[in-house]
Design a protein around this ligand. Structure first.
Ligand SMILES: [Zn+2]
Length: 494
């Protein structure tokens, strides 16, 4: 079956069920259990100490900043924060951890349950439940080099860098609530935005600070039973996540259509081939021999800290999206553009509060103000145009004190630091002239100076009206009310 044929089948016969496990490095001053600095890069094995190298006798101490970041992240997704939590050893034998185990959390994670609200490109709001977010330490980074066949000593070797070993890592485990690659990516984008806004992680994908695995299964459309799932590993960009899930869904459909069964296993994603391949049968929890880490005291979460962190939660991305999209009627793309630039969104919010006019505020913020920002290199929110002054300008337009042409000129003067547009209008007499007798003087002057145009108009060339309107506007230095100008011209010419 071709890929296209599989797609048709997928739409009609099958439904995908997807859950995501995603690892995010926390932004803290030091590593999770020692005083080494938590910084990306640097010469290999220079950010290490006896604790993160697991030298005999070295003891870990949990990082309070990391625990607070975890609680904050949990609260943002409305998760439960149990009063009691603990660290466990996850035993495995792979050279990227000098201890031969990783300190993680097994049955008593710092946060449980919760909901991630996200949206699709067309503006549809969706929810994905969280199972848990738990805290662990990152592993070292191994590089496989050489490329020889191993028969000559040193021709095939691996290098290990422990700078990353012990960096605090949160693992967010979702429920299998996602139904397509598009939903999976939109969910991850929501996680990323939220973590960045909370300040708990930089989420720099290029530095590997967000990595994810996806559990994928398919089932006949309409069925509530879960099919056999596979776990796809090693995806470190949203594009890879999208492609890997799409490819795995197609593969599973081909397996079922050929009369075989999907095998539960871990599969790797090959970026170049654009396919997943079998790596190993999936480990079970008992393979890891979890047990409580005897070197660390359990965590008792102080309610006062939880209450303090609750008050530290800013306006969250999905809350802004609901307001911008559903209440203000901004389209999903514009709303997302604002939300992804938090200081600009805060500036926009202040403009809406001051002016009570979301649409005009958005037109200015994403239109003329963003253009001026691009031209001058000063962000809108650091410019001389305060939300209060922008609100004055919107008032001047709405109550027809100035027309749109004068408004554009005013905005440029405000940008260059001239302050209140109301004051500029008063000082320079820029208010629109809606007094008909005043406008009539300009109209009469223009008509007597353009006899040929008037004759042309009367001989049927009615489109000359635009030219005459322009002349009157020019004579009034842009201040005449264009509607009154048109009205007077038509009356006088007929
Ligand atoms: Zn260390």
């Amino acid at each position: 079956m071709t890929a296209t044929a599989a797609k048709v089948h997928r739409e009609s016969k099958y439904e995908a069920v997807i859950g995501i496990e995603c690892h995010v490095e926390l932004k803290t001053h030091t590593k999770m259990f020692c005083a080494c600095l938590n910084e990306f890069g640097g010469e290999a094995n220079t950010k290490v100490c006896p604790v993160c190298l697991a030298l005999p006798g070295a003891l870990p101490v949990a990082n309070k900043e990391a625990i607070e970041h975890m609680i904050l992240a949990g609260l943002a997704f409305n998760a439960q924060i149990p009063a009691f939590s603990k660290f466990d050893r996850k035993n495995y034998f792979y050279p990227d951890m000098p201890k031969n185990y990783q300190i993680s959390q097994y049955d008593m994670p710092l946060t449980q349950a919760g909901v991630v609200r996200y949206w699709l490109e067309d503006g549809t709001l969706k929810e994905c439940r969280l199972t848990r977010i738990h805290l662990e330490e990152d592993t070292g980074k191994s590089t496989h080099a050489g490329g020889g066949d191993g028969r000559i000593a040193g021709s095939n070797y691996s290098l290990i860098d422990f700078n990353r070993a012990g960096v605090p890592l949160m693992e967010c485990v979702s429920e299998p609530d996602l139904r397509s690659a598009e939903e999976a990516v939109a969910y991850l984008e929501a996680l990323k935005r939220t973590f960045v806004q909370l300040g708990v992680s930089d989420v720099k994908m290029e530095e590997g600070s967000l990595r994810c695995d996806a559990n994928v299964s398919i089932r006949p459309a309409g069925s509530t039973q879960l099919g056999t799932k596979t776990e796809i590993k090693n995806m470190n960009s949203f594009r890879s996540v999208y492609r890997a899930i799409e490819s795995e869904i197609e593969r599973q459909i081909r397996v079922l259509e050929s009369g075989s069964r999907v095998v539960q296993e871990t599969r790797g994603w090959d970026e170049t081939q654009g396919t997943t391949h079998s790596m190993r049968s999936k480990e079970q929890a008992h393979d890891y021999r979890y047990f409580p880490d005897p070197d660390l005291v359990p965590i008792e979460v102080d309610r006062a800290i939880v209450d303090r962190l609750k008050t530290a939660i800013p306006v969250l991305p999905w809350q802004r999206f609901e307001r911008y999209h559903l209440e203000y009627g901004l389209d999903a793309k514009q709303a997302t553009q604002l939300i992804d630039n938090v200081p600009l969104a805060q500036y926009f919010d202040a403009c809406v509060t001051a002016s009570g006019n979301a649409q005009q505020s958005m037109n200015f913020v994403l239109g003329d103000l963003s253009r001026l920002a691009n031209e001058t290199g000063t962000p809108v929110y650091e410019s001389a145009v305060s939300p209060a002054h922008l609100s004055e300008l919107i008032d001047l337009i709405e109550n027809k004190t100035v027309n749109s042409k004068i408004a554009k000129e005013l905005l440029i003067r405000m940008w260059s630091g001239e302050g209140s547009p109301k004051t500029i209008v008063q000082k320079d007499g820029l208010a629109q002239t809606s007094d008909a007798s005043e406008v009539e003087k300009y109209v009469d002057t223009v008509l007597s100076a353009n006899e040929k145009a008037v004759a042309d108009y009367k001989s049927g060339k009615t489109n000359i009206l635009g030219f005459l309107t322009g002349q009157v506007m020019k004579a009034s230095r842009g201040k005449a009310n264009p509607a009154i100008v048109q009205d007077l011209l038509q009356r006088k010419l007929s």
